[in-house]
Design a protein. Sequence first.
Length: 256
Amino acid sequence: MNNSSTRLLLLFCLTIIFSSCKKSLTPTTASQEEILSLSIQEIDFNYFSAKAKIDFKDNEQDLHFTVNFRMKKDSIVWLSISPALGIEAARCLILKDSVYVLDRINNKYSVYDLSFLSQKFNVPMDLPTIQALLVGNMPFKRDHHDKIIKDAETSLCTVEQHKSDLTAVNFISLITMVLQKLELTEKANHNHLIINYDNFTPINNYNFPNKISVNLNYKQGGTVFKTTINADYTKVEFPEKELNFPFNVPKRFENR
């Protein structure tokens, strides 16, 4: 896998791995009771299995491929990436502190620190956040510092959360109480991530987003990179039985 392909895989793991009204609305600081009573859908699972068609475009590439996902909550994210011909090109394993990548095309494997990836792409990220973004959950728990705006005309509620290093704005449907849009902005350098969730269908008593659109703008070495990812889930399951996460490094593979 060449450098650009490796960067593609890491970007995908990180960002997959990441309408407003013109009238004036006054945000209010919600009380603890109001925040806790706002019943926003939270998809809960032990295991998750899915398949998605991905369209990826950045400053250098425009690619199309298929990804098979497997997850164990708060523990593992496993991905198998295949191009149009259906032959696995790469496999990725994301743990709480590390990312492992198998490049089957060039017989190489790589190991990255998860915090290193956050620094490399200037977007704070951890395993629970990655899993939340993949299923359409709010990435951060609500607390009394959140600012909530409800707009009956658009049937939307925004939950604005300020963390130490970034601001998150969650757009919630007041009809279905699902997360429809997420905006993350890093305070230090204004890197910006927008995720839209669409095409919801009922799965295991949840409204699951079968379409996820990601727009990421970030700076690296003085250059502004723009990345868009469109993911269409074609299969989604929440298995009750334990899943396997096969990741064996063949002896012939070179560590890079």
